[in-house]
Design a protein around this ligand. Structure first.
Ligand code: GLN
Length: 493
């Protein structure tokens, strides 16, 4: 039998159901991998006891004939989801030691479906970053290495870098991610796995530490498209506790998976052909186009003329919302409190926030406060909101001519740790292809498509119409079947 930790979500679910192995064996195998992979720093907290308890329940449920949809499947939980009784930090010193007394809606749905938790996954601090280097708990390391042997430690992408690294290294078969401006898709691309950000509102934001509320969306990361469909079905659904939650039935995405794209049109946005982009990325994009044609789709050129304004608009809107959301960390309500001797209330606020937030978070709070300030609100924030509307209209017009849009996920393969930290703008550029769909609230996914010349994974992004996760998943499946991406990182950790 294949090593249990090589099994995907569907294989674990079905194999457990068929009695091929026990859920306890699966949980123990993954927990052993987690314990042996400290060098990757993918987890902030390990919870083998949680995974084991769920596994025992799954085995008992099988004996009793009361299996749940995901009985026996252990997963990783991004440490941005509040988990009852388990420390939740958002990878910040500000929340170190914070143990919620409630469970996020998304994680609760996963536990109700029978999943167990292997641990809380590392991330960029408050999900701000593209390389997982802004975590207070140290950066995550990608299991991948460049082929030239140069032993440089590579970034797993961000902000869901713990999730991507852990899945690529077989520490868990799937994990939750969150995506505000690419944080599911870019790390998936960097590590050769799949991930989908659903339509804004599909997954409840309740109990997820807020970054930029009009953009934040939870979604699954896993090894293939089918596993993403299965996980998303469990995570999605209306939640009266989130005012922006979509009150729509969750389709059975897994059952309707089909890679036959006859009659479908795939749009190729001409504005995404960036000057100076990595040749491998452009070549992979062309191969992706050929794959979708092969699956029966018709390919059409489309225009998304406001693309070039998406990144600047995002880096105004996201910090603006973050500065407001993060005002709650004042030393009174959650987590850290720094109270110097003889300090008054203002001193406590200042000391706590100076100590608790990392440099990137402070940068965002300052930018956000500035663009929302009375003198600059119209010049920056209002403008950015107008641009956001134009970007959404670009997509609406484009979807008059096509069903899904194909683009690269990121402008490069994984870069080395430390390579971009000194230059925030170079770091922000990572999100250039991911951010437009976030601003428009559209479903988008990354699937692994190829290895570049250095032997590193590259991902293709599929963007769909609002609520059409099925169209996105199906196009992703068509690429997956043709790319035959089976490469994995050689074990060194
Ligand atoms: N990298 C982007 C940022 O730093 C996106 C982060 C995210 O999607 N959470 O804001």
């Amino acid at each position: 039998m294949t090593e249990l930790t090589n099994l995907k979500v569907a294989e674990i679910r079905d194999g457990h159901r068929a009695g091929d192995f026990s859920a306890v064996e699966v949980a123990e195998a993954f927990s052993a991998n987690v314990a042996a992979a400290k060098a990757l720093n993918a987890f902030i907290v390990e919870t083998p006891e949680h995974a084991l308890a769920a596994a025992k329940a799954a085995d008992a449920d099988r004996a009793a004939g009361t299996l749940k949809p995901l009985s026996g499947v252990p997963i990783g939980m991004k440490d941005l989801f509040c988990t009852d009784g388990v420390q939740t930090t958002a990878a910040s010193h500000m929340l170190e030691g914070f143990v919620p007394r409630y469970e996020s809606t998304v994680s609760a749905k996963l536990w109700d479906a029978g999943c167990g938790m292997l641990g809380k996954l590392n991330l960029d601090q408050f999900a701000m970053g593209s390389s997982n280097e802004t975590s207070y708990f140290g950066n995550v390391i990608s299991p991948w290495k460049r082929k030239d042997g140069g032993n440089a430690a590579l970034a797993p992408g961000g902000s869901s870098g713990g999730s991507s690294s852990a899945i690529a290294a077989r520490l868990c078969p799937a994990a939750t991610g969150t995506d505000t401006g690419g944080s599911i898709r870019q790390p998936a691309a960097f590590t050769g796995i799949s991930g989908i950000k659903p339509t804004y509102g599909r997954c409840s934001r309740w109990g997820i530490v807020a970054f930029a509320s009009s953009l934040d969306q939870a979604g699954p990361m896993a090894r293939d498209v089918k596993d993403c469909a299965i996980m998303l079905e469990t995570m999605a659904g209306f939640d009266p506790k989130d005012a922006t939650s979509l009150n729509m039935a969750v389709p059975n995405w897994e059952a309707a998976l089909s890679s036959d794209l006859k009659g479908k049109k795939v749009g190729i946005p001409k504005e995404y052909r960036l000057e100076g982009i990595d040749l491998d990325i452009d070549a992979m994009w062309d191969v992706g186009i050929a794959m979708l044609k092969d699956a029966g789709a018709e390919v059409v050129e489309i225009s998304l003329p406001h693309t070039k304004y998406a990144l600047p608009a995002y880096y105004i809107i996201a910090p603006a919302e973050a500065s407001s959301n993060l005002a709650r960390y004042d030393g009174v309500r959650y987590g850290l409190r720094d109270l110097p001797d003889g300090a008054g209330l203002q001193d406590m606020y200042a000391a706590t926030r100076a100590d608790g937030f990392g440099p990137e978070v402070k940068r965002r709070i300052m930018i956000g406060t500035y663009v929302l300030s009375a003198g600059f609100y119209d010049a920056y924030y209002t403008q950015a909101q107008k641009v956001r509307t134009l970007i959404a209209r670009d997509f609406e017009a484009a979807f008059g001519a096509c069903d899904v849009i194909l683009t690269p996920t990121a402008p490069s393969a994984a870069f080395g740790l430390g390579e971009k930290m000194a230059d925030p703008l170079a770091m922000y550029l990572n999100d250039v292809f991911a951010v437009p769909a976030s601003l428009a609230g559209l479903p988008a996914m990354s699937v692994p498509a190829a290895l570049n010349r250095e032997g590193l994974p590259l991902g293709l992004q599929i963007i769909g119409k609002a609520f059409d996760e099925q169209g996105v998943l199906n196009a992703g499946l068509a690429i997956e079947e043709r790319a035959g991406f089976t490469a994995r990182a050689e074990k060194w950790w």
